[in-house]
Design a protein around this ligand. Sequence first.
Ligand code: AQP
Length: 377
Amino acid sequence: MENTAPAKKVMLSGIKPTGDLTLGSYLGAIKNWAERAEQYDCYYFMADLHALTTRNDPALLRRRTLEQLAQYVACGLDPEKNTLFIQSHVPAHVELGWVLNCYTMFGELSRMTQFKDKSAKNADNINGGLFTYPALMAADILLYQPDYVPVGEDQKQHVELTRDVAQRFNNLYGETFKIPEPFVPKVGARVMDLLNPNSKMSKSDEVGNGRVVIMEAPEDIMRKFKRAVTDCDTEHCVRYDPENKPGVANLMSIYAAVTGKTFPEIELEFDGLGYGAFKPAVGEAVVETLRPIREEAQKIMKDKAYLETLCKTGAERAPCARSIRRSDWYRLRGKGTENRESGIRSESPLATDSKSPARAYTLSFHFSLFAFHFSLS
Ligand code: AQP
């Protein structure tokens, strides 16, 4: 019998393997992905090409990419229900990335907060990739025609730029790309550093007491939460006031995200108990949330054959399932379209016959430095 069920909406997101996944990566991104596999057709990738904007030891990058894949699965991303893949294994990301680079404006890229932050942090390596990162990210997204892109608050600006670029392209050449929506979680959208609650908890930050990673030992997590910065309020009052009590607000957001409790419920729970009771309670809740993930990820990491199969299947499934056909963006609507702005009929200089086996150009992405090899042992 013919399947008449309406097609599921598509979700897509990725994380760059620039360091160990943090509590922020989990609460701001992966946790929300894992909760939506039944409802959506989901694509999640390891953004190893984006990781090249910082200097990497190739072996470490390969190891982190695989660890990230294992952690995705351990966090609940069932590879049967989600397409999990490594970005560099799907060359179309780079191909469309170049095309979209040419439709992304210098001024737009200059305004990206993340570019400004990262350039300030890495003043000795402000490379072109760091600047044009959002154009590749636009390609990562638009390639799969997603309806939603689940991201933390910090990446919302990039998704908005993706929308602008897609709209610009569509206006010029006709409806080619679906315009995606950012999907930002209500709690956990911006997990802050435990020692500096005005700064986001990041993977590539110095390993220190302000950052908690998914694979961390329970005793280390507890120590970090007990030392977390709160404020000088003499009553040690647990109240949600991000402006005046950013440290407490951050801990409350983390607690809310891992327990599902609301802020008023948390205030009531710790009413009169002070920070001495509150901080270890948050630590324990985080430990218990991360414990099964850590144990499962450790098991998966030992099974290299399984990981290898996941990588292969992901690379095969990703480009063909829902992705936009390359002929659509290269031919720019094929036989010539009405240019809506000028009224001139245009034929793309990149146009090729989609039936021809000859491709506009081939891009072999097997440069050995970063290509995938099992070199974990
Ligand atoms: N602290 C955070 N709170 C909430 N969400 C977060 N995300 C990252 N950190 C937090 C979300 O996780 C995804 C990770 O995206 P990414 O690794 O590609 O980029 P990023 O935002 O630059 O992450 P980091 O950890 O800060 O990495 P580095 O240090 O390498 O730059 C995104 O959805 C992000 O919003």
